[in-house]
Design a protein around this ligand. Sequence first.
Ligand SMILES: O=c1ccn([C@H]2C[C@H](O)[C@@H](COP(=O)(O)OP(=O)(O)OP(=O)(O)O)O2)c(=O)[nH]1
Ligand SMILES: [Mg+2]
Length: 157
Amino acid sequence: MTSSSADRVVVAVCWLDREKSGDLPLPCYETDGAAGMDVCAALDADHLLHPGERALIPTGLAVAIPKGYEIQVRPRSGLAVRHGVTILNAPGTIDSDYRGEVKIALINLGRDPYLIKRGDRIAQLVVAPVAAATLRLQPKLEQTRRGDGGFGHTGVR
Ligand SMILES: O=c1ccn([C@H]2C[C@H](O)[C@@H](COP(=O)(O)OP(=O)(O)OP(=O)(O)O)O2)c(=O)[nH]1
Ligand SMILES: [Mg+2]
C-alpha cells in the first residue's frame, strides 16, 4: 500500500527566527516508510558533549500539533550505538498545546566526547495519537492472571 498526503496528520511548523535558521532543512522522513522525521541541531556554534554530559539542543522550530496527537522525541539508533549519544528523557513529549521551541535533551553515555555540529540530525520526531483518559476511582480492580506480578516475574526464557 502506498500512503498519500490524505493519510497524513498536518502539523503546523514555524521557524522561530527564519533569518537565523535559513540554512536548516525542516525535519523530514529519510525514507518512504520512516516512522520519524529527523530533526537538526540549530546550534550557533559546535557543542562538544563530554562523556556523562547532558545538553538541551535547540531546533529553531515551534510546532502546533493537532489535538489528539503528540510528538515523541526519540533517539537515533546510529548515534546511540556508535557514540552512546541518546535522548535523556526518551521519548521526549511535545504536547499539542506547546508553542515554545522544540528542544532535544541529549546525553553522552559513551566514553568519548561527541561533537554536535549545526545541522546534524540529532533525533527523530514521531507524530503519534494519544488517548485522553478519564480516571474512574474504584474500591477494587477486576482480577487478572498476572495480578501484581511484574518486573521480570515471568522469567527470561
Ligand atoms: O524533549 C522534549 C520534551 C519536552 N519539550 C517541551 C515540549 C513539551 O510540551 C514541554 C513540556 O514537556 P514535559 O511535559 O515533558 O516536561 P515537564 O517537566 O512536565 O514540564 P511542564 O511542567 O512544562 O509540562 O516541553 C521539548 O521541547 N523537548
Ligand atoms: Mg509536563
